[in-house]
Ligand binder design. Structure first.
Ligand code: ATP
Length: 325
């Protein structure tokens, strides 16, 4: 059996909505609609999909916060909803949008509370904290109340808090959302190191394709509560026929750029956008543009996940998932 195993997992929410002055309609939302996959110990997997796809609902079932409506689920051999406490010792959870730290306490005191809550042996706690402080650069922040931390500092503080009890699995929900480039790089570097040295299994939801590129060898795409893709990132681009864009700032306004391997998309004054296949290297396109045009600047834009998915499943986006009873 895989370390994390889902078999036909379902979550149906029943919501009531007004359908006239007195009448109320019962509506079913199939947030997770029969998902099956296995994740082996030590894997680092991206779990992505458009807004409302069912990612958070899946993570909530994996942590035992929500009980599935159907199917089977095991994490480290544990059924999350019936043994939530036992599972809590094995997993760490980080939500990018909200903190699990105590808002008014210095970071250090939050960690002391985690120490007691999880009854972490003193030597383990000290060693883990020292490691996180060093690698996440928290030394100067330990005595600062959480509410005074910047988003990037707080996120690093949250990641440390989730790891002090040596979890085997780490769930991260949008861990780099709203962070500046330096903080993003720090968080990503830390997660890579954690996975490589501690063998922690990581499941990550994100809207940032670079998170996936730099961290995950495997990516799962869900949409309308169903698993639409499970494989590597290159395969996802191929399946989605994704394109990357080259943003070219010319020294002066000119006619649309024509180079082999790329197509002109649009222009705004001296700035032009070219598209080329996501699976191709940017180097020959950049070289061709640089050789033929006077340049001020150049940058490559990755396709965002929403665009890749929208292209991939353009036909099914509006297929109904809700049923009225
Ligand atoms: N408690 C709830 N009651 C009713 N419907 C819910 C509840 N929680 C989630 N849903 C619905 O289930 C669907 C999936 O939501 P979910 O939050 O899992 O999506 P998501 O992929 O995490 O989206 P996002 O990227 O926006 O966070 C949505 O249609 C949402 O409105």
């Amino acid at each position: 059996m895989a370390f994390i195993e889902l078999d036909g997992l379902e979550k149906v929410f029943t919501v009531r909505r007004r359908a006239g002055l007195l009448r109320r309609e019962k509506r079913e939302v199939r947030a997770v609609d029969g998902i099956s996959f296995g994740v082996e110990r030590g894997e680092m997997v991206g779990y992505i999909g458009p807004n409302g796809a069912g990612k958070s609902t899946t993570i909530k079932m994996l942590t035992g916060i929500l009980t599935p409506s159907g199917g089977r689920l095991r994490v480290a051999g544990i059924d999350p909803s019936s043994e939530r406490k036992r599972l809590a010792r094995r997993i760490g959870v980080v939500f990018g949008q909200r903190t699990t730290l105590w808002w008014d306490l210095p970071l250090r005191d939050s960690y002391t509370l985690v120490h007691r809550m999880y009854r972490i042996p003193d030597d383990r706690f000290r060693a883990n904290l020292a490691r996180c402080v060093e690698l996440l650069d928290l030394g100067d922040l330990l005595d600062v109340p959480v509410r005074q931390l910047s988003l990037g500092q707080r996120m690093r503080g949250d990641i440390a808090a989730a790891l002090l009890h040596d979890p085997d699995v780490l769930y991260l929900d949008e861990p780099t959302i709203g962070l500046d480039v330096v903080s993003k790089a720090k968080v990503r570097g830390f997660l890579r190191d954690l996975n490589a040295t501690q063998g922690t299994t990581v499941l990550l939801t994100t809207h940032d394709l670079t998170d996936i590129e730099q961290l995950c060898s495997r990516v799962m795409v869900i949409d309308h509560g169903r698993l639409m893709y499970d494989g590597d990132l290159a395969g996802l681009h191929t399946a989605g026929d994704g394109e990357r864009q080259l943003v070219v700032d010319l020294a002066h306004e000119s006619a649309p750029i024509e180079v082999p391997g790329a197509r002109f998309v649009r222009a705004e004054g001296p700035r032009q956008w070219l598209a080329f296949p996501a699976t191709a290297s940017a180097a020959p396109v950049v070289a061709a543009v640089a050789a033929a045009y006077p340049l001020a600047d150049l940058s490559v834009r990755e396709p965002d996940i929403e665009a890749v998915i929208a292209k991939m499943y353009g036909g099914t986006r509006d297929a109904g998932r809700e049923s009225v009873r």
